[in-house]
Design a protein around this ligand. Structure first.
Ligand code: GLN
Length: 501
């Protein structure tokens, strides 16, 4: 057995029964990563560091200090800071940056849960993008077809799981960056309720939207990972510490749908109402994606759920609202990169102002500059009310639309993205065409709701398709459980690209 496509549960058994050690497991995945360099998935690998962590995990296992994830490898999106590996956020600005501390998520999965870090994963620069082409270190290639994008911005994370370079990865989602690459690479991911996972040490893009989450092969694996990542953190001022966040996600996951008469009767989802937003099935949705999503909804009906049509009337407004708010926050967050405090400093300057201007001009890529300019514009005197304030009002209404919809359903389901992965370069000269790809994911982010992507089939050219499952606040456990039921009767999540089988 080579463990490359094993589930986290199977890896736990293999480690506990001494079929493999954490060090051997790390070696297996490091060797795979070396063979897949052409996909440009990893930005930083350091064998010595990884094997050091693996030996520590083996020592923990030997002492009996074992949790569900101890000794299992994980790789982090390079937007989470790590004190050992470099943290670049996919930017030239931070090309040589080493953080003095670990992000909360890195700490929780590493020192906390005992997972072994394999390295850092490529992503769009500062997580801005939908295709991973904005990385200063070159695009990631999709393991299903290397001429295609893997989705973005967590493209390296999704591609790494699909290619079997790691059994688990972290990603972040500001407007779809966990869900969309997961859909395009045929893996499972969940963006938690905003505030569920600490943003401490997550290099900020748009702070009111950024949220970390897990990426893995299955909903069950994501449940194990999310349980370990989530939790109150006083170092993040928007971290939630309410009763809802105190109930373990795994407890909800195992209680929901899984047991009792309904499950044994073959209809575990009896009574579950799925809201199907009519706005998610209109013009622009590719037929191959529509068919796969329809088939998935029928599968949920076979499991006992019923579908009801709902409306999210402001879906199309989520694009302008997001592309005002996110750049506004980005322009403010990225002002810290001034050539003094962090990162790149130009060699060409005569005075301070020139030093700052040239450092930023050299350090940031085109998309990041576009967002900084847009953001500064919508926040400027005279335009603030017309754009930023108006976008905030629309954001509020979008949130209310979801709450109205949840009066008649338990979950909302639809496509993650209008199309499957496109060819590298195909949309590079048209940023707006790229922004339009985010239409089904942005609303969830603006509302702060949890959203998942679950593999649900393949479209033209054998490219993966994702089903989006949206839950109400704090309902991650039940969303993951519903997805798990679907994954018990389908095998889309177990398919692997031939070259990486
Ligand atoms: N594609 C969106 C953007 O470019 C979302 C990115 C994200 O979620 N980080 O902003």
């Amino acid at each position: 057995m080579n463990f490359v496509h094993s589930t986290l549960k199977d890896l736990r058994v293999a480690l506990d029964t001494k079929q493999v050690s954490a060090a051997e497991l790390a070696e297996v995945f490091l060797a795979r990563a070396e063979k897949a360099l052409a996909l440009n998935i990893f930005l930083h690998i350091d064998r010595g560091l990884t094997l050091g962590q693996a030996r520590e995990a083996d020592a923990r296992i030997a002492r009996g200090d074992v949790g569900a994830l101890t000794g299992i490898p994980v790789a982090h999106k390079d937007i989470f800071v790590t004190k050992d590996w470099r943290s670049t956020a996919g930017s030239r600005m931070l090309a040589d940056y080493v953080s003095p501390f670990d992000a909360a998520v890195v700490e929780k999965l590493g020192a906390g849960a005992g997972m072994v870090c394999l390295g850092k994963l490529n992503c769009d620069e500062f997580a801005m993008g939908s295709s991973n082409e904005n990385s200063a270190f070159g695009p990631v290639r999709n393991p299903w077809n290397p001429v295609k994008i893997p989705g973005g911005s967590s493209g390296g994370s999704a591609a790494a799981i699909a290619a079997g370079l790691t059994p688990a990865a972290t990603g972040t989602d500001t407007g779809g960056s966990l869900r969309q690459p997961a859909a395009m690479c045929g893996i499972t991911a969940i963006k938690p309720t905003y505030g569920r996972v600490s943003r401490f040490g997550l290099i900020a893009f748009a702070s009111s939207l950024d949220q970390g989450g897990p990426m893995a092969k299955s909903a069950e694996d994501c449940a194990l990972l999310l349980e370990a990542m989530a939790g109150f953190d006083e170092r993040d001022s928007t971290s939630l510490n309410s009763n809802e966040t105190k109930t373990p996600i795994l407890a909800r996951f195992s209680e929901a749908f899984g047991s009792g008469e309904r499950a044994s009767a073959g209809s575990p989802l009896q009574g579950v109402r799925i809201g199907v937003p009519k706005e998610f099935f209109g013009a622009g949705l590719a037929p191959d994606v529509a068919n796969a999503v329809d088939a998935a909804l029928s599968e949920f009906e076979k499991l006992g759920a019923s579908c009801v049509e709902i409306s999210l009337p402001r879906t199309s407004l989520s694009i302008p609202a997001y592309y005002v708010i996110a750049p506004a926050e980005a322009s403010s967050n990225l002002s810290r990169f001034d050539g003094v405090r962090y990162g790149h400093r130009t060699r060409k300057y005569n005075d301070l102002a020139e030093m700052i201007a040239n450092s930023r001009a050299e350090g940031f890529g085109a998309e990041v500059k576009r967002r900084i300019l847009t953001g500064a514009y919508v926040l400027s005197h005279g335009y603030y009310d017309a754009y930023y304030l108006q976008a905030q009002r629309v954001r509020r209404l979008i949130g209310l639309d979801f709450q109205e919809a949840f009066k008649s359903c338990d979950f909302i389901m639809g496509p993650v993205a209008p199309t499957t992965a496109w060819d590298i370069g195909a949309k590079n000269n048209d940023p707006v065409a790229m922004y339009l790809e985010d239409i089904y994911t942005l609303g969830v982010s603006l509302a702060g709701l949890p959203g998942m992507s679950v593999p649900c089939g393949f479209g033209d050219g054998n490219m993966p398709i994702g089903l989006q499952i949206i839950g109400n606040y704090f309902d991650e456990g039940r969303m993951l459980a519903a997805a798990h039921q679907y994954q018990q009767v389908t095998d889309w999540h177990t398919r692997r690209p031939e070259a990486f089988a």
